[in-house]
Design a protein around this ligand. Sequence first.
Ligand code: SF4
Length: 96
Amino acid sequence: MQNEGLSELEVWIDQDLCTGDGICVQYAPEVFELDIDGLAYVKSADDELLQDKGATTPVPLTLLNDVRDSAKECPGECIHVRRVSDKVEVHGPDAE
Ligand code: SF4
């Protein structure tokens, strides 16, 4: 199935606010992982942990619901999902 009509999304985490509870990892382990510093980071499409603060990674369409739920449930309110094209946040604390 094609993803026509759906914008490409990317996700990033504000580690300064992350509580390290790991809820995002439970929802979407393909996208999020806790590092040894106890904070959550996003992973690249080839499963590599992106340890730069605020790094972004594409949201696979198949994982959109899980990533969206993560952003909704994140106690630190620090998961940001935005459109790649114009960087507008669509899920997360800065979404409308
Ligand atoms: S759900 Fe939010 S606060 Fe919890 S580990 Fe993930 S990013 Fe951090």
